[in-house]
Every structure is written in C-alpha cells, then in structure tokens.
Design a protein around this ligand. Structure first.
Ligand code: SF4
Length: 461
C-alpha cells in the first residue's frame, strides 16, 4: 500500500481542507505516514498570505530533490493558496510554480481535489490508483473529512463555505480559492449531527467570511437558499444555520464557534442570535486590519472606523462580557506615521483583548501588488509591529486576563502533557492547569489563580 505525507501551513481553513485531502488519498488506497522519506506522495497544503509561509515550502524542495533521486516515482504535490492552475508537469497549460520548482509534479487548486487522481496518472500512467466513484467526488464538499485536526473527538472543524467575493486589495484568496460558494445546510447539519453523536462538544464553523454564508451571487441561485428565503424571508442563512446547530445542544453539543467574520456582514440579527443561543460563546474574532479610514479604503475593506465602532458597541451592549479579538496589518502600501498612529489609537479605543498582527508583504497577483506601491520600508514595518505588539497588545491582553482572576471558567481540554492540561475557556482564553486524571476532550471547571500576558493559570475547582 503506498504512503502519503501532508504538510499543512496557514489558517484553520487549510487544516480543515487537509482533512478532506486525507480522506481522498485514503479512498485512493494511500496510507498516512509521518515522514517525507517513507512517503510515495508528498502534499504541501500551502498558504500564501505571507511570504514567510511560501518560503517554508520552497525551503523543503532541496530535501525532496534528494529523496526523489533515490525514489523516482515519488509524487510531489502543492495544493492550496500558492496554486492558480491545477496541472501536472506534463499538462499543456501549467501553473507558474513549475517554472521555479523542478521537484514539483502536480499543482492542485484545493476545490479541484477530485482531479488529483487524474493528474497523478498524467505523471505515471501505470500508477496503481484504484478507481473510485467519480460522482462522489464531483463536489469538493462531498468529500467527507477525516476530522483529525484535533487531538480528541470533542472538537471538530466544519467548512461551511469556500472562496471569497470581498477582494481586499492585499489578499490572494479570491483568486486562489475563487468566488464564494456556500455549502448546502442539510449536508452541514448531517455532518454536525454525526460528530455530536460521536462525542463532539465543540464545532468551529470555517470559511473565509462565514457570516456571509448563503449570500453570494452563486448561493442565491441554489435551490436550498431560494427555498429558505421563501420560507423565512427575513432570516439570514447564517443565523438560520446557527439556530439549527443550537438544537444539537440537547444531544451534547456545548459550543459553536465560527471564523472568520467580516464586519460588513456583522448584522444585528447575528448579534442577537449570538446573545440568545445556548451553544454560542461570549467571544468573537472580527478582523479590523487598520484603524485608519484612508488605509481601509486602499485595502478595499468596505467599512469605515465609525461603522466598525458601531458594531463593537452593539456587541458589547447585547453581550456585555464578550471578548473580542482582531487582525491588524501594519505597513500596508502608503501607510504614513499618522495613519499608523490612528490605528494604535483606534486599537486602544476598541479595547481588543487579543490580536493577530502582521507586517504587510506584497503577494503576487493581488490588486495591491499590481497597482499600489509597497513603499513602507521593512524596518518601519518592523518597528510599527513592535510598537503595537509591545506597547498596546501585551497590556490589553494582560488586562483582559486579570478580569478572570479568582473566578471559575469552563475549559475544554485540548492537550494534555503528563499532568499539565491546556484548553480554552468560553471566552477563548488559553487556560493551563494540573491534573493527575486523563481529561483530554472533557469540559472541566477551573478556578483562575494567575493572569499572565498570554495565558491564564488555574486549578481544578
Ligand atoms: S475578506 Fe478580504 S482578507 Fe478575507 S479572504 Fe476575503 S479578500 Fe481575503
């Protein structure tokens, strides 16, 4: 039986995609292996949001080249955000990646995963790949994921949409993953139901902009969304989905999280649902990217700071103890000192409890790379990142943690090394505590005794 090895980079969506890739490869007769050397097929599921992520993949190619010389039938695949065109080294129209990587055999767009077997046969017509029912693979979402990203069955990702229609100028996703397409709600609910029956307590709904679920031009043509609109004319599809998932609380589902959301689709209806539903947690990740209106405009984020502020105010009014985190890009094209200061000021005002900070890096194929000059020196980007991280973020995170001191929180244990357990609280805070018992996958009550910058420490209550 041939072996496969997958290396995954990037966001939770990529990890969720890897679960489908594993399932597909297993259906083709491949078995999982943990090293490059023992693999007959190596797949890199890539991210190209930052240059650094791409460099890590290209950095492996020398080692792969050495293995290939000893093992000429080894198939090397790159999938994910680095790929524009699904193709093999023998295809007449090939992805540009082939020009830079001699070791590469197949480039694969994620949503075209069902084409992998055909492309592998282009590489080696004699390859022993058992035929599998093509109709079961027509639609990417029809491939059942392995749900192996988490250490226990208590947690799972469910992909609800793929692609994006927002076209932020710095982002490659609308080109690499294509236009936004949402998955049929019945399939999502069936998958969720099966997971919960097998002991799942926390589901994270995944998509590029999950809260625009069912709203894209493509979705509006789908019969299911048409029927939903006819039945509940005022109900937003994403809210309907959260309500249906909430019914699984009776069967044991405790938590439903979702990521990422776009401020443009953060509606009043959704905020009310988050406050009301039993499985909704008091936490939201809402990417801001910049706290300056001119920068936001150049990024094509389609909202202003005033509109963003209004959403945060509504969230805090409706869910008073909610924790809010965000994403910020510093050093975007044309960002002046004044614009950066505006971002710091707005960050402070919004009182974010956590943030994922990135320094802008030019990505080939994006609107920004083509039309906007990347004119902020790397040194300045670096300084701005440290300013935001060291002065504001660390302070905010510590302050946010201190509010839990002496209180009890419910923690879903995600990892256990010896007697040390790690997990997330309702507010998505990382909590560490000790226990002699095996608690992986359980929700336990922990009394918080220490509030550090990035984690909370406590003891079993
Ligand atoms: S919303 Fe913007 S940043 Fe997010 S995936 Fe879409 S284009 Fe990229």
């Amino acid at each position: 039986m041939p072996n496969y090895h997958i290396q995954t980079y990037g966001c939770q969506m990529n990890y969720s995609d890897t679960e489908r890739m594993e399932s597909y490869l297993q259906a083709l007769g491949y078995k999982k292996t943990s090293t490059f050397k023992t693999a007959d097929l190596i797949l890199f599921n890539t991210c190209s949001v930052r240059q650094h992520a791409e460099d890590r993949v290209t950095g492996h190619m020398r080692e792969i080249g050495k293995i290939k010389r000893k093992k000429p039938n080894l198939i090397v695949v790159i999938a994910g955000c680095m790929v524009r065109k699904s193709s093999s080294r023998y295809s007449s129209k090939r992805d540009k990646l082939f020009n830079a990587m001699n070791e590469l055999d197949i480039a694969l767009r994620t949503e075209e995963l069902p084409r992998l077997a055909g492309l592998a046969r282009e590489i080696n017509p004699k390859i022993k790949i058992p035929e599998i029912k093509e109709e079961s693979l027509e639609d990417y979402f029809c491939i059942t994921p392995t749900h192996t990203s988490h250490q226990s069955k208590a947690q799972a990702f469910i992909a609800i949409s793929n692609g994006c229609d927002k076209f932020c100028t710095y982002c490659i996703v609308p080109y690499s993953r294509g236009r936004e397409k949402s998955r049929d709600i019945n399939d999502i609910l069936m998958e969720a139901n099966e997971l919960v029956e097998n002991g799942c307590k926390e589901i994270t709904l995944i998509g590029q902009t999950v809260n625009s679920y069912g709203l894209s031009k493509y979705d509006k043509e789908k019969q299911f969304f048409k029927d939903l609109k006819r039945k509940y004319p005022k109900k937003e599809p994403f809210v309907y989905l959260l309500e249906e998932l909430d019914k699984l609380h009776a069967k044991g589902l405790q938590r439903v999280r979702f990521t990422s959301s776009h401020p443009k689709d953060m509606s009043d209806q959704l905020i009310k649902a988050m406050a009301k539903l039993k499985t909704q947690m008091p936490y939201l990740h809402l990417p801001l990217q910049s706290g300056d209106n001119s920068t936001l405009k150049r990024m094509n984020r389609t909202y202003t700071t005033a509109q963003y502020r209004k959403i945060i105010q509504k969230l805090r009014k409706t869910i008073p103890d909610i924790s809010i985190s965000t994403d910020i890009i510093v050093g975007f094209c044309g960002e002046t000192d004044k614009e950066f200061k505006n971002t710091c000021k707005f960050f402070d005002e919004m009182d974010f409890e956590h943030a994922y900070l990135a320094q802008y890096s030019k990505r080939a194929g994006t609107t920004a790379a083509r039309f906007i000059k990347d004119d902020v020196p790397e040194k300045v980007k670096n300084e701005r990142w440290h300013n935001l991280n060291d002065i504001l973020l660390r302070k905010k995170s510590k302050k946010a943690h201190e509010r839990f001191l002496g209180k009890t929180v419910n923690v879903l244990v995600e990892n256990q090394k010896g007697k040390t357990c790690f997990g997330r609280s309702e507010h998505f805070k990382i909590v560490q505590f000790k226990s002699g018992r095996r608690l992986l996958g359980q929700i336990v009550t922990v009394k918080i005794t220490k509030a550090k910058e990035w984690i909370l420490e406590g003891e079993l209550a």
